[in-house]
Design a protein around this ligand. Structure first.
Ligand code: ZN
Ligand code: FE
Length: 257
């Protein structure tokens, strides 16, 4: 299963999963249809699945046009997004499994950004493969999504699930927000050497217009302030010793940043 990353809109990414043996593609969060259709043509592949993480228009905007072009496509989304995702046919809950190519994803229920948000986690089939996590707008490289429909406690529980995935899991988040996220991270965790190093790398990459996605769970655990609510440095920045309150205060500071 090869993953392709398409930059669209101002800072979104659409991901295509390609099954080279069957000449099929599954698309994650098609913000727009046209870039997906072009890539399908370049690959000579049919679209068989749409995997939506949540209902926001910059994640489902291309659904209807793709359904019109490929009427056989199956549209997946979270059970609690019923009525909010165009063409949704499969209503997924925590622990459900979805297969594509030779891989099977576990569905993680990760509310917080929205009340229905899910992630698709494809564990490796063998030690040579990495796991692939498609986490929409919940975990970003160096940051996390805003809390539109959920509470800090829900988001901490959701991010905890992601933090517990294997270190080498590749993190395919839906926006290129990394540089801005790391600027904020430095303002609350400035003594973190891993973070300083990552910031320099990301700054260089962005100056060349290179993507910083995918990230990895290991990198996020060592540098993302929104996975570090139990570290003394972040607790002191948030002036709290409570994990959820630390997270909530950091999220509030980021909203103002
Ligand atoms: Zn969103
Ligand atoms: Fe988004």
């Amino acid at each position: 299963m090869q993953v392709y990353r398409l930059p669209v809109l101002s800072d979104n990414y659409i991901f295509l999963l390609h099954d080279r043996d069957r000449h099929t593609v599954a698309v994650v969060d098609p913000a727009q249809a046209q870039p997906v259709l072009q890539q399908l043509q370049a690959l000579g592949a049919e679209l068989t699945a749409i995997f939506n993480t949540h209902h926001h228009s910059d994640h489902v905007g291309g659904n209807q046009q793709l359904i019109d072009r490929f009427p056989q496509v199956t549209v997946y989304g979270g059970a609690e997004d019923r009525g909010r995702i165009p063409g949704q046919q499969v209503f997924l809950q925590a622990g459900d499994r979805v297969s594509f190519a030779n891989r099977t994803a576990s569905i993680l229920f990760i509310p917080g950004h929205t009340k229905a948000h899910i992630a698709y986690y494809f564990p490796p089939n063998n030690p040579d493969e990495s796991g692939e996590l498609f986490c929409g707008d919940t975990l970003f490289a160096g940051g996390c999504g805003r809390l539109f429909e959920g509470t800090p406690a829900q988001m901490v529980a959701s991010l905890s699930q992601l933090r517990n995935l294997p270190d080498n899991t590749r993190v395919w988040c839906a926006h290129e927000y990394t540089l801005k996220n790391l600027q904020f991270a430095l303002s609350v965790d400035g003594d973190n050497l891993d973070l300083q190093h990552r910031f320099a790398e990301v700054k260089a990459a962005r100056s060349l217009a290179q993507a910083t996605v995918p990230s990895s769970i290991a990198l996020e655990k060592s540098t993302n302030p929104f996975l570090r609510w139990d570290y003394p440095s972040l607790q002191s920045a948030a002036n709290s010793q409570d994990p959820v309150q630390t997270f909530a205060r950091l999220r509030g500071m980021k909203d103002q940043f």
